[in-house]
Ligand binder design. Structure first.
Ligand code: FAD
Length: 420
């Protein structure tokens, strides 16, 4: 009979890594099974030809995200202020962009002010709600671009109650792009994993979890792993692909099936110098058309400069249809139209298409698409027998952010301890 661990953690993203850290603090014997060959999940990095390392997944944090800020400090990471001096640009320029964006921000506050439990919201999508607001077409486009840019799904598919509930938990007063991490936020995940030694097994996708009187038995890469309890720290869509034996209760199955992965492509564009600053521009560009496109400056002090570009929601789905060379050309063309012809002279360009990612799904977070699934998050948080679910999506604060993943991972351990 193989060793029986106290807890099996499935997934070494920030939810899994934070859960493991809490379990180890409590003196538990833990094993972590990670499907990919690396840790971090939706936090990942790559290196430009000139040796500069950049985050190709999550990148930004702000002071309001206290758990991730504390972890970064504990591991000695450097917070770099996102360069924002100068004018931001709206594409294409409208007659009164400041007014349209101010109205769009006001719309978001209005939406947050709704009560997600209000029965009047039943059956409405975010698109239905937007159509009922008396706002200019430019304001409506700016709002749609913000929502599809952040939630990575078409607004016609997002239940209104879900967006209200989700957005009310994103409580930052500072801009969420206040800082990025000099060494990359991915290096934090690597540092946290380094302490795990042989407790961490990468390249071990869990395909089946069987529960019995003694706990759980997981199947991964031809091995069986036994533990008294399990924390499934993967996004809901990925958790729904694991076979559970005996089958999950129907309510839990329905709760896992209520989610859809998002679609996002992240591009990092390297230049010799931050040429946009010559014209007094910040490098921040918000596109109303196409909807779901955004860029900003993530240059560090020293030689070279970097712009990050996000292509989110239906736009990512559309732009990924063609060859990658065309996608790269389109990105540079859009930047040149917004910031000047020099934007076409990139010295390096990293494109990371997260859409349909084998182990993470696609967007910043999975979103609920089932209009009836109002209790899906509570059902998943409650878990089932010896199994708990933890991922950024289920966090009571900052869902679908690294901060939320940390909170959710720790909360799953708390819930598990209460059960013992
Ligand atoms: C392009 C992009 C940009 C983002 N930008 C930001 C940002 O600037 N700031 C921010 O705070 N957040 C950002 N996010 C969101 C943030 O990355 C996520 O919310 C957070 O990292 C999710 O952590 P998690 O642990 O819940 O899930 P994940 O990171 O998805 O981790 C789950 C892990 O489980 C593994 N796994 C899946 N299935 C299995 C299986 N069957 N068996 C074993 N292992 C499995 C996966 O490989 C993965 O490692 C961004 C995300 C993306 C994609």
């Amino acid at each position: 009979m193989s060793q029986r661990h106290d807890v099996l953690v499935v997934g070494a993203g920030f939810a899994g890594l934070s859960a493991v850290a809490s379990l180890l603090d409590r003196g538990m014997d833990v094993v972590v099974l990670e499907a990919a060959a690396r840790v971090g999940g939706r936090v990942e990095s790559a290196v430009f030809n000139d040796g500069t390392r950049v985050d190709t997944g999550a990148q930004f944090v702000c002071d309001d995200m206290e758990n991730v800020i504390a972890l970064l400090a504990r591991y000695g990471k450097t917070l770099v202020h996102t360069p924002m001096a100068g004018e931001s640009v709206v594409q294409p320029p409208g007659r009164d962009d400041d007014e349209a964006y101010a109205r769009s921000r006001a719309l978001r506050l209005q939406l947050r002010g709704l009560n997600p439990a209000d029965p009047a919201l039943a059956g409405l999508t975010v698109a239905d709600w937007l159509a009922a607001q008396s706002v200019s077409p430019d304001t409506a486009l700016a709002f749609r671009s913000t929502v599809e840019g952040l939630w990575c799904r078409p607004i016609g598919e997002l239940p209104l109650w879900y967006l209200v509930s989700n957005d009310r938990r994103i409580t930052n007063r500072q801009t969420e792009i206040e800082y990025f991490v000099g060494e990359t936020i991915h290096s934090l995940a690597e540092d946290m994993a380094a302490a795990l030694g042989s407790r961490l097994r990468t390249g071990h996708p869990v395909t089946r979890i069987a529960t019995g009187p003694d706990g759980v038995e997981a199947s991964a890469a031809g091995a069986s792993i036994f533990a008294r309890q399990a924390i499934v720290a993967v996004p809901p869509v990925m958790a729904s692909r694991i076979a559970y034996e005996p089958g999950l209760p129907p309510k839990l199955s329905a709760a896992l099936g209520a989610w859809r992965s998002g679609t996002v492509i992240k591009a990092l564009v390297r230049y010799r110098r931050p040429f946009w600053r010559d014209e007094g521009l910040s490098g921040l560009v918000a596109w109303r058309d196409p909807v779901g496109l955004f860029s900003c400056d993530v240059s560090r002090d020293g030689p070279g400069a970097t712009l990050v570009v996000f292509i989110a929601g239906p736009l990512a789905q559309s732009w990924r249809q063609g060859p990658e060379a065309q996608l790269r050309e389109t990105i540079l063309e859009k930047l040149a139209a917004a910031l000047g012809a020099e934007a076409g002279n990139a010295v390096d360009l990293i494109v990371r298409d997260w859409t349909d990612d084998l182990w993470c799904g696609g967007g910043y977070g999975d979103t609920i698409f089932d209009m009836q699934a109002r209790d899906a998050e509570d059902i998943l948080r409650a878990g089932f027998g010896p199994i708990r679910f933890a991922c950024a999506e289920l966090s009571p604060s900052f869902p679908c952010y690294v901060e939320g993943a940390i909170v959710a991972g720790r909360a799953a351990v708390e819930a598990m301890s209460c059960r013992q």
